[in-house]
Ligand binder design. Structure first.
Ligand SMILES: NC(=O)c1ccc[n+]([C@@H]2O[C@H](COP(=O)([O-])OP(=O)(O)OC[C@H]3O[C@@H](n4cnc5c(N)ncnc54)[C@H](O)[C@@H]3O)[C@@H](O)[C@H]2O)c1
Length: 383
């Protein structure tokens, strides 16, 4: 397949590009380094610094003989994006290119505006680039489980049948997000649904949970093929943060009561899910929504799991709750469906003790690089 990966320099985009290229697909990555820029501005650089994207692609080619074409471009620039879509004639576009940090989106008006304009602007342009230059292309879009929030009823996979005064209609499942970033994803979904309904686009919208991990077969080929592994409060996801805190000897930062429950997945499973989605397009005029996670944990459970494994490795891990910087339920009902990707063939890799100890071992190799000033929450929206 000809695959265009928007946001191909990111935590998920770069491993996705290598995954598809290794399997013989024709891969182009497109990125404007927004994440690198925000990381610099907010002192949130990843654990290991990254080569520029063209050099990473050269390293990948040297290791595997496979080529990844690199375009440094902005999805918010429609002409630039259109030109790339025309040149690459993609059968699949994987759209990762958004500002993905909830805390950043809540930092101040400037960060909120950047997040809003970038995320909606990128998605709008992806839609129009596809309509004008590749109308049969399947858009695989990354949404988030955070779109649903934490309602007091079961969360369905994208859609819900509503009965009202004796009549029934299927609607997008109600969404109520807890940050501006998550709200941009809700708006993306609505925008995509509009263009699917009225213009016949084909879209898979993946409601992904927080991802953890720093190893895939391709990343493990060479240290310069590593992805952006963040442990800071801005870009770090909770498992990656707890693992790094355990290594640094910093008490695990459980926010508030720690009963916040989410669905998680390994970065290797993200790659599986994207490939499964790409291999089975939903068809013109279809918006397929899949909930992309493999298992559920509360923050307290994750902290206990990391402590258990860390202690066995002699790390003496402590857990210390901190004031919750976020406005969110700390104790709630959570029962989301997630059978769609399993039905497509997903073989989950669970968060076992072995997986955690391998992550701890890997981060231990970079212990000296951990900057403890990046760990405690620096953005609050609970006051
Ligand atoms: N990592 C997770 O746990 C997680 C969970 C749920 C959903 N997601 C979603 O998956 C996607 C990828 O997440 P990630 O963790 O890899 O984030 P990331 O920030 O590492 O990757 C996104 C990439 O997109 C690029 N980008 C942003 N705006 C762009 C634009 N206008 N033009 C071109 N490139 C642009 C950034 O520079 C970055 O390299 C995001 O949409 C995110 O919201 C991630």
């Amino acid at each position: 397949m000809r695959i265009l990966i928007l946001g191909g320099d990111g935590y998920l985009g770069w491993p996705t590009a290598m995954h598809f290229a290794t399997r013989g697909h024709e891969v182009t990555v497109y990125d404007n380094y927004l994440r690198r820029r925000i990381a610099l501005e907010t002192d949130s650089e990843p654990l290991v610094s990254l080569l520029p994207l063209p050099e990473r692609a050269s390293r990948f080619e040297a290791e595997t003989g496979k080529r990844i074409r690199v375009v440094l471009g902005d999805c918010c620039n429609l002409e630039q994006l259109l030109q790339t879509v025309r040149e690459t004639a993609p059968e699949v576009i994987v759209h990762y290119a958004e500002q993905p940090s909830a805390p950043y989106s809540m930092a101040d008006r400037g960060a909120a505006r950047l997040t809003f304009e970038n995320n909606l602007g990128a998605t709008f342009n992806v839609i129009w680039a596809v309509l004008e230059a590749a109308p049969d292309c399947h858009i695989v879009k990354l949404g988030t489980m955070g779109e649903y929030g934490t309602p007091n009823i079961d969360i369905e996979e994208g859609w819900i049948d509503v009965q009202h005064k004796g009549r029934t209609q299927k609607f997008l499942y109600p969404r109520q997000a807890g940050s501006l970033y998550h709200t941009t994803k809700v708006l993306d979904t609505d925008l995509l649904w509009f263009y699917v309904r009225l213009y016949g686009l084909q879209v898979t919208d993946l409601m992904q949970g927080p991802v953890y991990g720093l190893s895939t077969p391709e990343m493990d080929l060479h240290p310069e093929l590593a992805t952006a592994f963040n442990y800071d409060d801005i870009f770090g996801t909770v498992v990656n943060r707890f693992i790094t805190q355990a290594v640094a000897g910093v008490p695990l930062t459980v926010y508030g009561k720690g009963g916040q429950t989410r669905g998680y997945l390994n970065i290797k499973d993200t790659l599986q899910c994207i490939e499964l989605a790409a291999n089975s397009p939903p068809g013109a005029g279809q918006l397929r929504v899949l909930n992309q996670f493999t298992e559920r944990f509360s923050v307290n459970q994750l902290a206990e799991r990391v402590k258990g494994v860390g202690d066995k490795m002699g790390l003496s891990v402590e857990i210390r709750p901190v004031d919750n910087p976020r406005k969110e339920a700390e104790d709630h009902y959570y029962n989301p469906a997630h059978s769609g990707l399993l039905d497509l063939g997903l073989q989950p890799l669970f968060l076992t003790d072995d997986v955690m100890s391998a992550m701890l071992e890997r981060v231990l190799q970079h212990r000296e690089a951990i900057d403890q000033r990046k760990i405690l929450p620096r953005v609050r929206w609970n006051s």
